[in-house]
Structures are given as C-alpha cells and as structure tokens.
Design a protein around this ligand. Structure first.
Ligand code: FAD
Length: 509
C-alpha cells in the first residue's frame, strides 16, 4: 500500500487493487450514486425522474437524514409570502464571508439555481400522498454585520412526523426515497463502496462490499460520490480539518457514515482536494442551550470576545480559547432582556429555531426548559453574587467579579472599551440571582472535500475533470473554502439539494 501523500496518516494509503477473482457479481447501470444522504438522494431522484437507470450503493441499512432546514436563495413559497433575495447581492456577500476562498462559479450556481431545485422538491413533497407542510424559518441573526436572510425552509407533518418520529429532514428524504422507487431505482443497502473502478483513466464504476462479497457496479454515465464528510474520521480530520477534533462533541449520525470514504476513493482515482484546511460547520450547542449575547467568560473568568456574533463565530470563540467550554452569564431578568436583543441579533441558539410568525413567548418557554435542564444537569448554575457564582463555575472569584463589574460599568457607560459590542446590546446584569451556563462546541459537519467545478465534476490537481467522476454534498469542495457562512441557514442542505438535483438532470441527458 502506498500513501498518496507522505505527510498524511494511513488513511491516505491506496488499497490493494481488486483482482477479477475477488468479484462475486457485476451489475450494470447508467448512474451510480454512492451514499444516500440528502446530496445523493437529490441526485438519485432527479436522474431517475429524468429517465436514467440509477443504482445506489449505501453503507448503512437506510438513507441518511438529520436536521430541520434547507436554505435556498429564493423559492415559490418565498415569492408567495412576499420575500425575495437579490442573487447577485447574496453571491457577493457569500464570497466576502468566505474570505474569497470559495469557488465563485460554484457559489453562483447555487445562488442562481437553488430556487429551481427547491421548487422541484416542494412540488414533490407537498403532494397529497406525502403531505409535507413547508414553512420559512424566522429565527435569523438580524444585525448588519452577520445578517442572515430568509431562505431557510423547514418542514412539518410529513410521513415520518405523522408516524410520531422526528421528522424535518427525515420527512424530506423519506419522500425522495419513496418517490425514487416509482422509477425503479436500485438500492444496495449495507453495501459500502470500497474503491472506484478506473479503466484507462476513466471512472467506470465502483466496488461495493455486500454480504456475499465484492460487487462490481459499472455505470455508463457517471459515478457520483455523495458519501458525506470526514467528520467521524479523527485521523483525516487531524490532517485535513484539525479544528474538527477540537470540538466538545461530534453530532453526526448514523455513526460510521462519515468516515471520508468518498474523499479517499476520489483521491486514489486521481482527484484533488480543495485547498486545506477544510471548513467545518460548528454550533455552540454541545450543552443544548441558547447562549444569547450578554457576557461570555472563559474558564479563567475573563471576557474573550464580542458576544454579539452569529453561531459559527460564537463556536470559534470557544475553540480559540483552547478549552472545551466557556460560560454565558446572564441574570434573572433574561426573559425581559433577551427579546430586547432580538431586533439587533438573534438566530440559532440566540432564539430558538421557529417558523416565521411563532411568538417570542414560545421561544422563551423553550429556552426556559433548556435552562432548567442545565441547572439539573450540572452545566448551568445560579447564585446571588458573582463571587458565589464563580465558586460554582470553579473560576477564580476575584477575577470573575472584576470581569463582571467592569462589564456592568461599560454597559452603564454605553461603550464597550474591550470588544466594541454595539451599545444596544450592552445590557447590565443587575438582577440576582445570576446565572452561568456552559457554551461548548458541537461539530455538525466538515463541509469540504474533493475539488469540483460548477458541474460537480471531480478535478485533478491540474484542475482537469477526472472522466466519469462527480462529487456532491460534503464530499465536494468549493462551496465555502474557509468557514461555514450562515447567511442563509440550512445552506449545507441547500447546496446538497441544488447540486444533486442539477447533476441528476445533467447525467440523465
Ligand atoms: C445533528 C445534525 C443536524 C444538522 N442539521 C442541519 C440542518 O438543519 N441544516 C443543514 O443544512 N445542515 C445540517 N446538518 C449538516 C448536514 O446534515 C450535512 O451537512 C449534510 O447532511 C450532508 O449531506 P450529505 O448528503 O453530503 O452527507 P450524509 O447525509 O452524511 O450522507 C452520506 C451518506 O453516504 C453514506 N456512505 C458513507 N460512506 C459510504 C460508502 N463507503 N459507501 C456507501 N455509502 C457510504 C452514509 O452512510 C450516508 O448515508 C446537521 C448535522 C448534524 C450532525
């Protein structure tokens, strides 16, 4: 076995070539999709609906789905409700937030074609037999610097929800799965792809390991890698996305679905990765709490950032301290004080994930329940004085009391001398008991991968297409480059849907 790059771990070692006698059976198809997550399933259904013969290799026993939203730039639902985003503005802002390290052509494709992809999806999932009820997410950061736009679609009442299980994205992908069966898509579950079949430089299929042995699936129109991210593979993360291993928790499930199999297979077949390190999607939710924007302190009792920030930045703030958690500090008037902050900030974990039109009371009730859980679970504390609170947090009381007093003094003066928080958000903490709750970072996904062009073709280090090979979703790069921009929440699913839909149509031609 040869390692593709000596500075990388064993994960990059090329597998032993398959011998003809290893193969128990060969199947023929037109489009082979590897991985049945939102990216793969969008491609599967789109290609099958457009007339292609499609086969799916899936490592686990079922499709994969998690989370609640899909973010797109515009849609018919948004039009009906009077919302419109200017695609050019979205693209410019997206590229800026990604430090210009994303691929502008990839971003432009998402920005201009995501409305079509969402309308395609909505038409299917709202049919009477599926009965999904889409809504728009209203929980957005409203300040100018990190403003989040309406565009995130959330889903209620689908077949999985009606069966009493957790719906949202599972409802959406269930509809795709059922619908795809009408077109005779062949699913090979519990059949992980081990490597690609490459002949004369062209990818012509993949080997999957089924119960009976190694199956060769040959595809005449293309092989699509949609095997998700590398998040569950600590060794790959160490080399390609070190920050992913600094989080308090990795949330992906089903476990083992995200080991970077597609990334490795693409590399072995001659594709390149986008520039390193890969970006990661981080949420400050490891203790399942809103963190709001009052006073954040590190375990040494010092303030470390402007608390007025969106959720990715609030996560990075903790990681940059080199610790597993920091503290969000607030007082007993938080029920009155949080709503006053929402016109200036808000968004996920600073206001719950709720549909447009849901009341602030609904949101606060949810946050109250989470605070109670924290107090019972030992990751939130209450005390009558800053010193007593510091004792419970195991922070030096003198240091914490000084931070607390200084913060309140700056609030009273209306000027944050230390981090420049906007005056509207300088709200004194003056009503005991005071609270401290942990803020810790969860990794949702590593959202970087194989270098692709806007047609989702995998590219070589010379930026030439690897014939026959495509990558989607978190197996593909180009969308972000450096960080996960939340300007339209749910854009990881939104890009997976858009490129999956477009590639499916293109391959079926
Ligand atoms: C708890 C949680 C909540 C989230 N919520 C949201 C949200 O609301 N909105 C949002 O935009 N993003 C959300 N994300 C991120 C989002 O889930 C991912 O970015 C996205 O699903 C990736 O989709 P995908 O199709 O690329 O990969 P996946 O959904 O990971 O699908 C990959 C599939 O490939 C299969 N596979 C892997 N290796 C092989 C192999 N060798 N052979 C065959 N099959 C293989 C896997 O089993 C899996 O089925 C959330 C993430 C987590 C962990």
């Amino acid at each position: 076995m040869t390692n593709i790059d000596p500075k990388w771990g064993n994960w990059a070692s090329k597998p032993t070539p398959v011998k003809p006698e290893d193969i128990v059976r060969t199947e023929e198809t037109e489009v082979l999709v590897v991985g049945a997550g939102i990216a793969g399933m969008s491609c599967v259904l789109s290609a099958a609906e457009a007339g292609a013969k499609v086969t799916v290799l899936e490592k686990t026993g079922y499709y994969a789905a998690r989370g609640f939203n899909i973010g797109v730039v515009n849609s018919s639902l948004m039009r009906e409700r009077g919302y419109y985003n200017d695609p050019d503005e979205v693209a410019r802002e997206w590229i800026k937030r990604c430090g210009n390290r994303c691929d502008e052509r990839v971003v432009r494709k998402y920005v201009t074609r995501s409305p079509e992809a969402m309308d395609w999806l909505l038409e299917i999932i709202t049919r009477p037999e599926y009965g999904v009820r889409p809504e728009l997410q209203g929980c957005l950061y409203k300040g100018e610097t990190y403003r989040e736009l309406i565009g995130s679609h959330i889903f209620y009442d689908g077949p999985i929800s009606r069966a009493g299980k957790i719906g949202g994205m599972t409802d959406v992908v269930e509809c795709m799965y059922v619908e795809s069966q009408k077109y005779g898509v062949k699913y090979l579950f519990n059949t992980p792809m081990e490597q690609l079949i490459v002949e004369d430089g062209r990818v012509v299929g993949a080997y999957g390991r089924g119960e009976e042995g190694l199956i060769a699936v040959r595809a005449s129109k293309g092989v699509v890698l949609a095997t998700g991210g590398i998040d569950g593979n600590d060794e790959m993360c160490a080399d390609l996305c070190p920050i992913a291993n600094k989080t308090a928790e990795k949330l992906y499930w089903p476990k083992g679905g995200n080991l970077g199999d597609g990334h490795r297979a693409a590399l072995w077949a001659g594709a390149d990765f986008e520039d390193l390190p890969f970006p990661a999607m981080l949420h400050p939710q490891a203790y399942r709490h809103p963190s709001w924007c009052f006073l954040f302190v590190n375990p040494s009792g010092h303030r470390y950032m402007n608390e007025d920030n969106y959720l990715q930045a609030r996560s990075l703030g903790v990681i940059k301290e080199g610790v597993k958690y920091c503290w969000s500090i607030f007082d007993s008037d938080w029920r009155e004080k949080v709503p006053a902050t929402l016109p200036y900030g808000g968004g996920l974990f600073w206001g719950n994930d709720y549909a447009i039109g849901r009341s602030t009371e609904f949101q606060l009730a949810g946050e109250e329940a989470k605070l109670e859980q924290g107090l019972k679970g030992g990751y939130a504390f209450a005390a009558d004085t800053p010193e007593e609170l510091a004792g419970k947090m195991e922070v030096d009381p003198a240091v914490f009391a000084e931070t607390f007093t200084r913060y309140n003094a700056m609030c009273a003066a209306g000027k944050d001398e230390d981090f420049g928080k906007r005056p509207e958000l300088l709200i004194p903490l003056d009503k005991p008991p005071y609270y401290a709750k942990k803020i810790a970072v969860a990794l949702l996904a590593v959202v970087g991968g194989v270098r692709v062009d806007a047609e989702s073709r995998a590219l070589t280090p010379e930026h030439k297409p690897v014939p026959g090979l495509y990558a989607l979703g978190n197996t593909a790069g180009g969308r972000y480059g450096v960080d996960y921009p939340l300007m339209i929440p749910g854009n990881s699913h939104g890009t997976a849907l858009t490129f999956g839909y477009l590639l499916g149509r293109a391959l079926a031609k």
